[in-house]
Design a protein around this ligand. Structure first.
Ligand code: DX5
Ligand code: ZN
Length: 220
């Protein structure tokens, strides 16, 4: 029997108010979030630009939560250390970016941080297998990276199931279109870390604590 992994809720600040990020990071902490998911985009790997290491430093000051930094950038090898120096707790890099994946993962671990590997929806599970011994967590995108508020891609559930079978004790993160219904499906398939942006920050009650509590209750 595999020990049931702890369910982790990681609200995505991308859905927060860009004019009040420090306030919203604190709201996530006070609302019961476990990690703060920080989406870094460079306008090359994805067709959007968000923020850099200085914003991570501001989040570091605003909350005690672990900063789960999702690098949607072409060259994570060139920037990983700057995000770590700024306060990143987890650094998640994309398999599909232009870098030596193993070297970047080793660099992150050498700096004493959790090394995560992320894959886009079009990337198949078999591509991850060679790296399972080099990572501390695996992020399965359930939308195409670049923007919040997209619809969940249910055909990712098979990939989650396959990766859980291959990596029994590894934290598996799902990211994109996660709400109580899709989150529950992902947990049943084997995920244990739920990244959610719009479903939390635009919850019908507009109360982040209520939204996080509902997501946790529905998916536990
Ligand atoms: C998309 C980001 C996701 C996104 C999640 O590229 O990686 O973290 O912010 O936002 P929702 O939950 O609104 O899809
Ligand atoms: Zn993300």
């Amino acid at each position: 029997m595999i020990a049931k992994q702890q369910l982790i809720i990681a609200p995505s600040i991308l859905a927060g108010d860009f004019g009040n990020f420090a306030r919203d990071a604190k709201r996530v902490e006070e609302g019961g979030g476990d990690w703060l998911h920080c989406d870094v985009m460079d306008g090359h790997f994805v067709e959007n630009i968000t923020f850099g290491p200085d914003m991570i430093a501001a989040f570091r000051k605003a909350t005690k939560l672990p900063l789960d930094v999702h690098l949607m950038i072409e060259r994570p090898d060139l920037y990983a250390e700057r995000f770590i120096d700024a306060g990143a707790s987890h650094v998640i890099v994309h398999l599909e970016a232009q870098h030596d994946v193993g070297r970047t993962l080793a660099l992150i671990r050498r700096c004493g941080r959790a090394a995560g590997l992320a894959i886009k929806p079009a990337t198949t599970a078999d591509k991850v297998i060679p790296f399972l011994g080099q990572i501390d967590e695996l992020l399965v995108m359930t939308v195409n990276p670049g923007f919040g508020g997209q619809s969940f891609m249910p055909d990712m559930l098979l990939k989650i199931r396959a990766l859980r079978a291959a990596a029994k004790h590894l934290p598996i993160i799902v990211d994109g279109g996660i709400n109580p219904e899709t989150g529950r499906q992902c947990v049943e398939a084997g995920a244990n870390v739920l990244v959610a942006g719009n479903s939390l920050f635009r919850h019908k009650t507009l109360d982040l604590r209520e939204a996080i509590t509902e997501l946790r209750r529905q998916c536990n």
